[in-house]
Design a binder for this molecule. Structure first.
Ligand code: NDP
Length: 302
């Protein structure tokens, strides 16, 4: 018999990210204080930007502000270049400089990269110990094998939302919509590790509604506003909306919130759900990287 992880209710519980994000940030701030006391300087997070665009700058400024709030030394590293070949060379060089800088504990590279600059440039250059968003194959491989590495912050945020909200994954039927290497696939591996039975859907999936209707837990990371509607959901399902889309100047997720809220037992709003947790978790990954680099140093010095 399959255990039912959720119960049917008339109105969905809203899973807000802010309270959990505050808990995580408070812990990071305490860890930063201890780190500064031991080292005399704060751990550093470098945000590498290759070709600026207005929406990504808003996101990056939010990360830098969050760093400042907990005492992390956030810095923006602008990669120059007039063409893709030059940008790729400069990007690799910038990452290598940051790898060698002991004051930089973690590196993230703003996505998407400019047209013609492949993700492979980042993957080949970044030190896996500083790869706090989990894109290096070592970290991706550790996740795939079920070991501890760095996992992408967004995928981590979706899982953390489920955990901290007290939702049971063991035995649950879960559907993940989206199979990207940074969100959908890491989530599918994590949910499987948590004993959910996972179906991964994508743009070529036939009859998405039928897959969704079977699911106790639906995680949507497709970048398609209104993709999941209330009539597709099993009554009492848990809905985690990772999508961020701008529609007529407003930020919306991938789920039609009004219709889904009437059927689900719990649902994340957009904005205010997974997003705030993603930023807080990025900071906690940074702190963990700083601590692990200390341990690695001790190991080599022993
Ligand atoms: P990608 O564009 O890399 O991947 C989107 C995935 O969704 C693909 O696997 C694609 O399928 C699938 N998809 C697209 N359309 C459909 C459809 N109609 N039906 C089923 N599947 C579909 O996006 P990301 O994974 O990078 O991001 C996903 C979403 O999460 C975006 O909205 C992004 O803005 C958001 N995001 C949110 C963050 C947060 O903090 N909350 C942080 C990062 C991203 P296929 O593989 O076949 O193309």
């Amino acid at each position: 018999m399959n255990p039912a992880p959720v119960s049917t209710t008339a109105h969905a519980r809203r899973l807000e990210g802010a309270p959990f994000a505050t808990e995580i940030r408070d812990q990071v701030a305490a860890d930063v204080t201890a780190y500064v006391a031991a080292h005399g300087y704060p751990p550093g997070l470098a945000v590498v930007v290759c070709g600026r665009s207005a929406p990504s700058m808003v996101y990056l400024e939010r990360i830098l502000k969050a760093c400042a709030q907990v005492g992390i030394a956030g810095s923006l590293v602008d990669v120059p270049g007039d063409n893709p070949a030059e940008q790729a060379r400069e990007l690799a060089a910038a990452i290598e400089r940051l790898n060698a800088d002991p004051r930089v504990a973690g590196i993230i590279v703003q996505m998407p990269l400019p047209t013609g600059v492949g993700l492979r440039v980042v993957v080949d250059a970044i030190d896996p110990l500083k790869d706090i968003d989990g894109i290096h194959p070592l970290n991706a491989g550790l996740l795939r094998l079920g070991y501890e590495g760095f996992i992408p912050a967004t995928a981590h945020a979706a899982l953390e939302m489920i955990h901290r909200s007290g939702i049971t994954l063991r035995g649950a039927d879960a559907v993940v919509i989206g199979r990207s290497p940074v969100v959908g696939m890491p989530l599918a591996f994590m949910l499987t590790k948590e004993d959910a039975t996972v179906t991964v859907c994508h743009s070529k999936t036939r009859d998405l509604a039928a897959k969704v209707r079977n699911a106790d837990v639906v995680v949507v990371a497709a970048g398609q506003p209104g993709l999941v509607t209330g009539d597709m959901l099993k009554p009492g399902a848990v809905v985690i909306d990772v999508g961020i889309n701008v529609v007529e100047g407003h930020i919306v997720g991938d789920v039609d919130f009004a219709s889904a809220e009437a059927v689900a037992s719990a649902i994340t709003p957009v904005p205010g759900g997974v997003g705030p947790l993603t930023n807080a978790l990025l900071l906690s990954h940074l702190m963990r990287a700083a601590q692990r680099q200390d341990q690695a140093k001790e190991y080599f010095e022993a």
